[in-house]
Design a protein around this ligand. Structure first.
Ligand SMILES: [Zn+2]
Length: 977
């Protein structure tokens, strides 16, 4: 009770308020505070934490949250706490389930109803209606995914408390109709940021003296162990444990109909951005998704406004759209769930809402401006509670509709996947228009055509005709072009087990399984459309409830051209535009456009790497291993660690009828000290899905002999996300590495410590800028006062400089070290005298080269076809052509003296159309540009990887450019006898 009173008082005194607004507010609140009673036995946040959630200058950490939730779960008969899995740092991630005591007793039953409706399979419409009537709406609310956006975690705790304790009629209705899942999305991050904030600017271990000095800035490392803010970029891939945990609850356990993903911060001059979103939306998902988002979003705006809480913005109020897959919110769309994102202001240190004139005029996308004011943390939490309750209110009132609609969407998917169906994309519309233009017909022949040739008829009452221009084409083209039999959507995809890197294909299948996709495996050989497939091949049929996700993982994204105005600058997408996972991972698959079946069984759980063996004689001269398999690098790392000899052969080899790719790996039976290689290989073949070919006779000819390497992976104070992703990747592939910071580079003597230094995108901001995303750091370079930073992080401060760092790097390379650069860090090429410059330039009015403007060239995250010289050791094991991930990446022009300076192009763009997935405005400018190059500098090697070849650890197809690059520069030419 005291707490509830405090909320009301806080709202009333917290800001100047219009009398009418106060009346509306009191009317809205009067429903519950008077009737509310606090169950005495339930601990309040203040009793648990020593402060109220949302008090100025106070943030609760995850240790406190965990203890408090455990206490509430023990005290309340409405709450159950579930451990959903480990975090990257080894904590346990918890989900609070809150519903009425009666529902809690039948949790498994309601979960089953939710699952059956979401998967739709085998349910008639009548059965679906009956289940919808019986079931409970399942609503997911998470908080704290981006830990430094701390309103999220604190509102989550407050929400759980209020739902556990409130007894007003509305809450009782929610509890009866809804099963609420509350998930703390990033426990490690909450612990880090809360402890960092509460430490103030004094010494970490000193008791806090002055709360006014508390600050969230200057965080020493990423707030997710490896990936920081990119923890919301991992959802179709599930690389991180927290992602896997949450995907499991969403798509394999609970199947919520609505989910809400809390973020910060709001648009300047407003308080919060909430859906509806701007276009483009994704043509793969069911139309009930955007409509459901509109419905829930509008209910949230309405409730805020009814409570006198102004400052909510939608659509053009920010750049969020529903195009992209891969975030916690967005992946749910591809699973027929209504995903809500909000971005709110708020900080434990009070802040000010500035006067932004344009945000003071009410309009469609921000209906009720907020009074600029000093803004307290608690106000943000109260806004979020209002939003949460708006969603619960809708879920309660429309419970049956939401439950039925998820069945409807699932059944729509199953039906589309079971018949001839055509997904309409911007390219298909362009084809329709082109067919019409190429096929002029007499006017009379055109039924229903509006305005004659040119086809424009303005709506009579709409001056300017915005949105009312009608251009029609003959029905015949609708049938023959838009529904061209050759362009039918696949009924399914087959991933053959006889492909070069089946272990990687299996990892792709695991990504699908972790997001609830049904995948089948062939128990024996079979034939489809005249092609034979071996046993063990995978099959993904599109006739399943989550078909939109299947299509999105296999098919190219066709992003529309999106400009501010015709001829104007492009509108940046929210995140990226093309990501087709099967293409990124270099998985070989076949599309099947007719119904098919075979000896298939459903896979449950996730798959281990396909076990393989050592083939051939038991006492061989040595072993050949394909360079085409990514996991071969795990083997190489283990072999070198075990003191075995490893060579890459120059001549292309086959073994047991298999093409081992360029640079086949040769391992003599015993190493220099007589160490046998076989035990390592035996274990590796079994664990890693790498076939090892024992051969009686050693191969002859030119080779490169690898030496064990010491890798320095460069990072910075605050943590760089590209470096963090690379750190995780190196761990997965068992590369020996050490993370290195600018002070250690400046200290010099690098050759005695490292053989290769890796600079990921954004690591270096020197030299002639060639392009690139520029990284994405979790923090700063260390502008923070070192005295305020704990001892263990001080050695990370400072930045790479031309004066101190570059001379050391030069010394390192010239004496035989290797430098591997990715994305924007390729700009160091200039400092080492590598003869390249940017390819993407034009002549400016002053006659000088300048970067192509965005109106002409714009590729914000797409997959592009690249040609590869796979006889260069940097590209050993790769196909001649493959997709690279390109996000404003550097493209090089080799200067005329390139050959003289031992610089070669290893991958390049060829032809006017290289786009495979996404959006590539002005792609013809890429024709002839170099994507990957390598140069000898002194005794050493500099590798330039323009595209981010391990972007978010998704493009397995291009990992080898990085992996080869690590070993190549230190390998020595050898002639095998
Ligand atoms: Zn965020």
């Amino acid at each position: 009770m005291p707490h509830l009173k405090r909320v009301k008082l806080n709202l009333m005194k917290s800001r100047p308020m219009h009398a009418l607004a106060i009346m509306i507010l009191l009317a809205a609140l009067s429903a519950w505070p008077l009737a509310a009673q606090t169950t005495p036995k339930v601990t309040t946040p203040k009793e648990a934490l020593g402060f109220n959630l949302g008090d100025d200058y106070q943030v609760a950490n995850y240790t406190q949250l965990e203890a408090y939730w455990k206490k509430l779960a023990a005290e309340s008969d409405r709450m159950k706490l579930v451990d959903i899995g480990p975090t990257a740092e080894g904590r346990r991630q918890y989900m609070a389930i809150i519903t009425s005591p009666g529902n809690l007793k039948n949790l498994d039953h309601y979960k089953d109803i939710s699952r059956r409706l979401a998967l739709a399979e085998g349910l008639t419409e009548d059965q679906a209606h009956a289940l919808a009537r019986e079931g409970k709406a399942v609503v997911w609310i998470d908080g704290g995914l981006h830990a430094s956006e701390s309103v999220g975690s604190q509102q989550e705790m407050e929400m759980v408390y209020q739902m556990a304790v409130r007894t007003d009629p509305e809450t009782m209705r929610f509890l009866n109709d809804v099963i609420l899942l509350c998930v703390l999305a990033n426990p490690d991050g909450q612990e880090l940021i809360a402890n960092w904030y509460m430490r103030g600017s004094e010494k970490l271990d000193a008791p806090l003296k002055d709360p006014l000095k508390r600050t969230m800035s200057g965080l020493p490392r990423l707030y997710a162990k490896y990936v920081g803010h990119d923890d919301n970029r991992d959802f179709y891939m599930s690389n991180m444990p927290e992602t896997t945990n949450m995907n499991h609850q969403l798509f394999l356990e609970w199947f919520p109909q609505i989910m809400y993903n809390h973020h910060q911060t709001g648009p300047a001059g407003a308080v919060i951005f909430m859906p509806p979103f701007r276009d483009p939306f994704n043509y793969n998902f069911d139309p009930l998704i955007p409509l459901g988002i509109e419905l829930v979003g509008t209910a949230m705006h309405s409730r805020l406004v009814a409570e006198g809480k102004g400052g909510s913005a939608m659509r053009s109020g920010s750049n969020y759209s529903t195009w992209w897959n891969g975030g916690l919110r967005t992946i749910t769309y591809f699973h027929n769930m209504i995903g809500i994102l909000t971005e709110i202001i708020g900080s434990p240190t009070p802040m000010t809402i500035p006067v932004v004139p344009s945000k003071q005029l009410p309009q469609g996308d921000w209906p009720m401006p907020v009074v600029p004011q000093l803004w307290h943390y608690r106000q943000s939490i109260d806004y979020e509670i209002t939003n949460n309750r708006a969603m619960l209110d809708l879920a309660s009132r429309y419970r049956e509709t939401f439950l039925f609609n998820i069945w409807r969407m699932g059944m729509n998917s199953i039906e589309k996947g079971g018949k001839d169906y055509w997904t309409v994309t911007p390219k298909r519309i362009a084809a329709l228009e082109a067919a019409d233009a190429a096929n002029p017909q007499p006017q009379g022949g055109r039924g229903g055509r509006g305005g004659g040739r040119g086809g424009v008829a303005a709506g009579g009452d709409s001056p300017g005709g915005g949105g009312f221009n009608v251009r029609s084409v003959p029905m015949e083209l609708y049938n023959t072009v838009l529904h061209d039999p050759k362009m039918r959507d696949p009924r399914g995809y087959i991933i053959s087990s006889d492909q070069a890197d089946f272990a990687t294909a299996t990892e792709f299948v695991n990504a699908l399984l972790k997001t609830g996709i049904t995948v089948l495996r062939a128990t024996s050989a079979f034939q489809v459309a005249g092609k034979n497939y071996p046993a063990g091949s995978y099959v993904v049929k599109t006739a399943q409830a989550f078909r939109p996700h299947v299509m999105d993982m296999f098919e190219p994204q066709d992003h529309p051209n999106d400009f501010a105005y015709p001829g104007g600058p492009p509108n940046p997408p929210y995140d990226i535009t093309g990501w087709t996972l099967a293409l990124q991972m270099g998985v070989e698959f076949d599309r099947v456009r007719d119904g098919f079946d075979g000896p298939f069984t459903k896979i449950s759980g996730v798959l281990p790497a396909p076990a393989s063996t050592i083939t051939g004689p038991s006492s061989p001269a040595g072993y050949l291993i394909s360079h085409r398999i990514n996991n071969s690098f795990v083997l190489i790392n283990r072999l070198l660690k075990a003191n075995a000899d490893v060579y890459w052969l120059k001549k292309q080899e086959t073994a047991d009828g298999q093409d081992l790719g360029t640079g086949a790996i040769w391992v003599p039976a015993s190493g220099p000290g007589g160490t046998p290689a076989r035990p390592v290989l035996e274990r590796g073949a079994k664990e890693l899905g790498v076939t090892v070919h024992a051969v009686a006779k050693a191969p002859a000819g030119d080779a490169l002999k690898l030496k064990p390497i010491r890798i320095g992976l460069c990072d910075q104070y605050g943590g760089s996300m590209p470096s963090g992703w690379t750190r995780w990747l190196f761990e997965q592939y068992e590369f020996p590495f050490e993370v290195v910071y600018p002070p250690a580079l400046d200290a010099g003597d690098l050759k005695s410590k490292f053989d290769v230094l890796v600079f990921t995108d954004g690591a270096v901001r020197l030299g002639a800028a060639l392009g690139g995303r520029g990284g994405g750091g979790g923090g700063m370079f260390g502008a923070t006062d070192p005295e305020s930073v704990p001892e263990e992080y001080r050695g990370r401060m400072g930045r790479i400089t031309e004066e101190k760092t570059v001379p050391q790097l030069k010394k390192f390379v010239e004496s035989g070290g290797s430098i591997v650069t990715i994305g924007s860090s390729t700009s160091v090429a200039d400092l080492f005298g590598v003869p390249v410059k940017s390819y993407l330039t034009e002549k400016g009015p002053d006659g000088k080269d300048r970067a192509l403007p965005r109106e002409k060239f714009y590729i914000p995250g797409s997959l592009l076809k690249t040609s590869v010289d796979n006889t260069n050791p940097l590209a050993y094991g790769m196909p001649r052509q493959l997709d690279v991930f390109f996000d404003s990446s550097p493209v090089f022009r080799l200067l005329p003296d390139a050959e003289l300076k031992h610089t070669s192009a290893v991958a390049w763009f060829s032809g006017p159309e290289v786009l495979d997935s996404g959006w590539a405005w002005g792609q013809q400018y890429l024709d002839g540009g170099t994507a990957v190059a390598e140069a000898s500098v002194g005794e050493g090697k500099v590798v330039l990887l323009g595209p981010e070849v391990n972007f978010r650890d998704q493009p397995h197809g291009t990992y080898k450019l990085l992996f080869n690059g690590l070993y190549y520069g230190n390998a020595k030419a050898a002639a095998l006898p």
